[in-house]
Design a binder for this molecule. Structure first.
Ligand code: CAA
Length: 386
């Protein structure tokens, strides 16, 4: 097994680190305080290939592998988690599904605009009454005599919903067919029948805009169907497998930032006549933080490697992605918690970014499948039972 990164992987990691440090980190506090959507920075990320890292160059992307995606996500998330949320949805949930299931026209139209950073994409699965139980959706698409579809219903917690130009939407097309009665559609938010609700005020990732969206007699053409009719749930699950690698990477970025700040602090902060890093209780925390961070990173790189195999016809990576997301998100929450604790009052203060890391880390245990859903996926894969 070779742990050495390739020239290309090191290059994209370096590009991401440079943008993260020069452009994103200096304004992270401002974006967190105001919740202002970082459109300029997102455009910069797009211009540098970071909005379509795995998208082939013929569709406007960087044409790199899933490991490159993980490395770049970690750098951006370490500077600001909200930026990495927007990046993750564009890369994984939006571009990935269209690349795998879309027609040539859909790839040219939708993937190119998002991969080049000209537009923002979103993914609409969750509804007010249907989160983890994703097949319980009520948003309906009804086929009309002329072959077009009339879409009606609500979706909630839509990341980038307030700013998205295009959305991958999942709607019920056959209420009698369970998971096989769901179809995916490409939505253009500038068309009639699309409405967005108020932006949600959130605990963390505050600059990543989130809202409810509603469809009232929105008309989708037959060409707007993504994949085949009835294939939507499978598309959503396949795309979420990839998305979970993105969220695991985001969690690692947040955890690394909290860990690095803590290392600096324990070397400098004096108590009882010595740096607090010399105390065994602090040392135990540092060692556990480092072990969890490394374990999360290696499991996420393994999932990314497996996704690369899957993209070339190899085995599925659902289990590896769930293991990575579960481990990394719980590590991020634990590490951010310990970082705040070690910093004491300074950890609780808005003068330092520790409390932001703590708030931002929490979402990684919730979206793209809660920790409970990751455990369910892993246990089902391991036991073969349902
Ligand atoms: N890949 C491909 N197909 C899959 C799959 C996968 N990973 N997982 C399931 N399927 C298929 C099954 O094979 C089955 O197909 P058939 O009907 O052909 O047999 C079908 O999907 C139904 O599968 P299940 O019976 O396992 O479905 P279930 O109802 O038991 O649900 C679940 C499974 C794992 C709980 C799933 O509903 C799930 O992952 N829930 C969580 C949803 C989620 O992650 N939501 C996040 C919202 S998006 C978000 O957060 C984005 C954001 O804003 C950042």
């Amino acid at each position: 097994m070779d742990f050495k990164l390739t020239e290309e992987q090191l290059m994209i990691q370096d590009v991401a680190r440079r943008i993260a440090q020069d452009k994103i980190a200096p304004s992270a506090e401002h974006h967190d305080a105001t919740g202002e959507f970082p459109l300029d920075n997102i455009r910069t990320l797009g211009e540098n290939g970071l909005m379509g890292i795995e998208v082939p160059a013929e569709y406007g992307g960087a044409g790199m592998d899933p490991i490159s995606y993980v490395l770049a996500m970690i750098e951006i998330a370490a500077a600001d988690a909200a930026h990495s949320t927007i990046m993750s949805v564009n890369n994984s949930l939006f571009c990935n599904g269209i690349l795998k299931y879309g027609t040539e026209e859909q790839k040219q139209l939708y993937v190119r605009a998002i991969a080049e950073g000209r537009e923002i994409g979103a993914f609409a699965l969750t509804e007010p009454q249907s989160g983890s139980d994703a097949t319980a959706m009520r948003c309906k698409a009804v086929k009309r005599e002329d072959g077009t579809w009339a879409i009606n219903g609500k979706k909630s917690w839509i990341t980038s919903g307030p700013v998205a130009k295009y959305i991958v939407l999942f709607a019920l097309t056959d209420p009698t067919a369970g998971a096989r009665g769901i179809t995916a559609f490409m939505i253009d938010t500038s068309k009639p029948g699309f409405h967005k609700g108020k932006t949600e005020p959130k605990l963390g990732i505050r600059a990543s805009a989130t809202c409810e969206i509603e469809f009232t007699d929105y008309v989708a053409s037959a060409d707007d169907v993504l994949g085949k009719e009835g294939e939507g749930f499978k598309i959503a699950m396949t795309v979420l497998d990839a998305g979970r690698i993105g969220i695991a990477s985001q969690a690692i970025g947040i955890a690394r930032a909290a860990y690095e700040k803590t290392l600096e602090y324990v070397r400098e902060r004096q108590a009882f006549g010595a740096p607090i890093g010399t105390f065994q209780m602090t040392q135990a925390k540092i060692a556990d933080m480092k072990c969890k961070l490394d374990a999360a990173t290696l499991l996420t790189l393994r999932a990314a490697w497996q996704k690369g195999q899957f993209d070339q016809g190899g085995a599925k990576f659902s289990n590896e992605a769930a293991i990575a997301k579960l481990t990394a998100s719980e590590a991020a929450m634990w590490i951010a918690h310990q970082a705040v604790q070690i910093h004491g009052g300074m950890g609780y203060s808005k003068e330092m970014p520790l409390e932001r890391y703590f708030r931002d880390a929490k979402i990684t245990e919730i979206y793209e499948g809660t920790s409970e859903i990751q455990r369910l996926v892993i246990a089902r894969n391991e036991t073969g039972l349902r």
